[in-house]
Design a binder for this molecule. Structure first.
Ligand SMILES: NC(=O)c1ccc[n+]([C@@H]2O[C@H](COP(=O)([O-])OP(=O)(O)OC[C@H]3O[C@@H](n4cnc5c(N)ncnc54)[C@H](O)[C@@H]3O)[C@@H](O)[C@H]2O)c1
Ligand SMILES: O=C(O)[C@H](O)COP(=O)(O)O
Length: 528
């Protein structure tokens, strides 16, 4: 059955066409996202949800989204999605981090000019027939200092445009390296210095616990009298009440906001203040940007739903469409190794170690580790997947170690997974053969070569004559057909491991009989 996608926000038609062209069943309901109850009642019918900022993907929506695999945000900000809850449910959340960056940067620059020349107020006055030529004295932008708070994708485009306008640009961004600042031509400064020096301040950070109210009354007090504030990033970065007071007192000569604490902002403390310019979250609203983000989100969602390729996910390592076919058999192998070890593990896991040797070490090992963790954790928690497994492991205090090394030993490439518990350390290694099928090549240091079928028996025994015959007889007498049989041992007469693929479920009483066969130490059934 084709995957089903719901578009619940106003996205360009280009997205609908892409979903259709790629064989995905798509419902385009641009206003549905605003109706929480309606969304809640239909969300269980979809594998994918494409949104902008109007759809709020809350914990409740996620809990009801029993089929949902991917949430695609046609845009940048994902503060309308409960990412931890989506991650816990194994739902990928992806965005389009660059598609509307230029457009939003241009909006910030437009705000700056609007404020400097009071264009909206002058327009209203002129069209009202007042011709107040002396009432709208402006300021020049050339040679003024622009203070960027946040110098990522959008902030750096704003910097580039401002430098082109002959402004001096200073930036506060703890993650901006001096090298990057120098490439951009901006001066990296601390926040207090920025507040003190800037004539125009523009906000370009996400809304986090650290950035909420980054411009509050105390910050405004440090700003130059007569400076200007622009917020085209997120409502809540500036304290709206404090900004209103600063506009009223003249501390701020103007403020331009595209975003508000509460949206849609039908009423706001800032409305009506002198030289306050506002737009209704239009930062990304150009036809170019909307086409970009719609195309990109639709392509990304299709790639994931149809091929497992992951790009721009916020809660999962990327897997490109090119690497997905190469990676897929190793993902399967990593998961099988994890399932193998997970089913044999009965006490609390302290550490999971992954060793990638040979060519596999050059693949996307973060994705492979996520797959291996999924396998280990699945016997404990049925609902875990590649998105949620790393988080679940971290929450449970499991240490995950990854090493990569040159090829060593008989196989060109392999993955070894070791599970360390309170009581023991158990390792299992595997590779992918030419036929693309995963094989187990070593269990607890014992070499073998086994394909894993749906029903397996894992038997540890002493290597003594007659064991195989007796095992075969017990299974035969119980009507259980052996599909494949693989043996390995440390040395003749010593510890041995037997992996048997059978054609169906092995009942408990048969397991007990097998466990009582001479020289058998342990019998376990495994499912793959
Ligand atoms: N108005 C709109 O329509 C619109 C459109 C697109 C994006 N946005 C918003 O613009 C903002 C910036 O987007 P972006 O694509 O540039 O994001 P980005 O992740 O590329 O850049 C954000 C920058 O903020 C910096 N940062 C994080 N915490 C900080 C802190 N405490 N102090 C200073 N800097 C900090 C980061 O290091 C990063 O460089 C986001 O909030 C996004 O949601 C708004
Ligand atoms: O984060 C974003 O991409 C912007 O806020 C744009 O939001 P919108 O897609 O709802 O216009």
């Amino acid at each position: 059955m084709a995957p089903r996608v719901l578009i619940s926000d106003k996205l360009s038609d280009a997205a609908v066409q892409i979903f259709k062209d790629r064989g995905i069943d798509v419902d385009f309901q641009p206003d549905l996202g605003k109706d929480k109850d309606k969304l809640l009642s239909v969300i269980d019918q979809y594998d994918g949800l494409a949104i902008r900022s109007a759809t709020k993907v809350t914990e409740k929506i996620i809990a009801a989204a029993s089929r949902l695999k991917v949430i695609g945000r046609a845009g940048i900000g994902v503060d309308n999605v409960d990412i931890p809850k989506a991650t816990a449910r194994g739902i990928i959340v992806m965005n389009t981090p660059f598609g509307n960056a230029i457009t939003t940067a241009e909006h910030a620059i437009a705000m700056m000019f609007s404020l400097a020349r009071q264009i909206p107020a002058a327009d209203a006055s002129t069209q009202a027939g007042k011709w107040e030529k002396s009432g709208f004295m402006g300021v020049e932008i050339t040679s003024k200092t622009l203070g960027l708070i946040g110098c990522g994708n959008i902030g750096s485009i704003v910097a580039d445009r401002a430098i082109g306008l002959r402004m001096k640009v200073v930036a506060f961004d703890p993650f901006l390296t001096p090298e990057r600042a120098s490439i951009l031509g901006v001066e990296k400064v601390e926040l207090d210095e920025l507040l003190r020096r800037a004539d125009f301040i523009t906000l370009h950070t996400p809304l986090t616990d650290k950035t909420r109210n980054i411009i509050d009354a105390a910050a405004i007090a440090k700003m130059k009298t007569g400076s200007y504030l622009i917020n085209c990033a997120r409502g809540g970065l500036a304290d709206e009440q404090a900004v209103r007071e600063a506009l009223d007192s003249g501390k701020l000569a103007g403020a331009g906001f595209d975003v508000f604490v509460e949206e849609p902002a039908k009423q706001n403390v800032l409305f009506g203040a002198k030289n306050f310019v506002s737009t209704p979250h239009l930062g990304a609203s150009t036809s170019e940007a909307q086409e970009n983000v719609a195309l990109q989100v639709a392509e990304q969602m299709c790639d994931y739903l149809l091929h497992g390729a992951v790009s721009n996910a916020l809660n999962m390592p990327s897997i490109s469409a090119e690497e997905a076919p190469k990676l897929t058999p190793f993902v399967r192998l990593a998961e099988q190794l994890g399932l193998f070890a997970g089913q044999l593990t009965e006490s609390g896991i302290k550490t999971i170690r992954l060793e990638y040797a040979g060519a596999v070490a050059d693949l996307n090992t973060r994705a492979l580790t996520s797959a291996a963790l999924t396998g280990v954790l699945t016997p404990l928690l049925q609902t875990v997947n590649m998105v949620s497994a790393p988080v679940v492991a971290r929450e449970r205090g499991i240490e995950v170690e990854e090493t990569r090394r040159e090829q060593k030993g008989a196989f060109e490439t392999y993955i070894r997974l070791t599970v360390v518990t309170e009581n023991q350390e158990r390792s299992v290694a595997g590779t992918v053969f030419e036929d693309g099928k995963p094989r187990i090549i070593q269990v607890k240091g014992i070499n073998m070569e086994a394909e894993l079928g749906a029903y397996m028996l894992y038997i540890t025994n002493e290597d003594k004559p007659g064991f195989i015959g007796q095992l075969g007889m017990e299974l035969g007498n119980s009507g259980i057909n052996i599909a494949t049989f693989n043996l390995g041992r440390t040395a003749p007469g010593k510890d041995a491991i037997c992996l048997v693929e059978v054609d169906g479920e092995v009942p408990q009483e048969v397991l007990e009989r097998l466990a009582s066969v001479a020289h058998v130490n342990q019998v376990k059934k495994l499912r793959f």
